[in-house]
Ligand binder design. Structure first.
Ligand SMILES: Cc1ncc(C[n+]2csc(CCO)c2C)c(N)n1
Length: 222
């Protein structure tokens, strides 16, 4: 008893490091990622965001209190009203227009990851869903922090991926990540060892699916 979010990471440390320090991430940091790999990633990430919005809608459905319902609603609104718009604008700067996004075939890695999260939430409760979503929210904040600590990272205009790094390193994003970790710390404090094992499986699987998502970008895979 008495678990915390850090215990989930510790329980699958090798996968977590492979996710945070993936070659895709290193090349973004160094500014050396092939542009068409990044474009492929951005296009699939649009589809990812649509399903992520559905996951927040599922969180609303799974809520047991008014606070939980409001939290889910805020998450859904943040994606629909802010993040999707930013993503569409950002895609345009990479030469991808909204019509391209609307007609995009979904890559297997996108399908696998997004439907896995939705299934985890449908089958389980709100904590299962949040744990399956945690590698997404917490991982990207950690990726930005890790890149900022690495010597090979190129910051400023010299790096074509500067805006992407800056978004996840921003105080707003870091605060959202912190709030999610705090929520998970509170919930994990009173789960049993066997429940923690179940949650670890969800967290590890979602982390592995994030690794596949980076790899899909590198390989330009569908
Ligand atoms: C594959 C993939 N994983 C994570 C994120 C990051 N992300 C997407 S939505 C969201 C929070 C919404 O409130 C975050 C952190 C991404 N863009 N693509």
């Amino acid at each position: 008893m008495g678990y915390r979010f850090d215990d989930l990471k510790a329980a699958c440390q090798a996968d977590w490091r492979a996710y945070i320090e993936h070659d895709f991430v290193r090349r973004v940091g160094a500014g050396t990622l092939a542009e068409d790999a990044f474009r492929h990633y951005l296009q699939q990430d649009y589809l990812f965001l649509l399903h992520f919005a559905r996951a927040y809608a599922l969180a609303a459905y799974k809520s047991r209190t008014l606070d939980e319902l409001r939290q889910a609603h805020e998450g859904l609104k943040a994606i629909l009203d802010v993040e999707l718009g930013l993503h569409i604008d950002y895609c345009r700067t990479w030469g991808i227009d909204e019509d391209d996004l609307a007609t995009l075939p979904e890559a297997r890695a996108t399908l696998a990851y997004t439907r896995y999260v939705l299934d985890a939430g449908s089958r389980g409760d709100l904590l299962d869903l949040h744990v399956a979503l945690a590698p997404c929210l917490v991982g990207y904040g950690e990726v930005a922090n890790w890149l900022e600590s690495q010597e090979f990272t190129l910051r400023g205009e010299a790096n074509p991926f500067e805006a992407w790094i800056a978004m996840y390193a921003s105080p707003d994003f870091q605060a959202a990540m912190r709030a999610e970790i705090d929520w998970l710390d509170t919930r994990l404090a009173d789960v049993s060892p066997s429940r923690f094992q179940e949650l670890t499986t969800l967290f590890r699987d979602a982390t592995r699916l994030e690794i596949d998502f980076w790899q899909m970008g590198l390989d330009r895979a569908f």
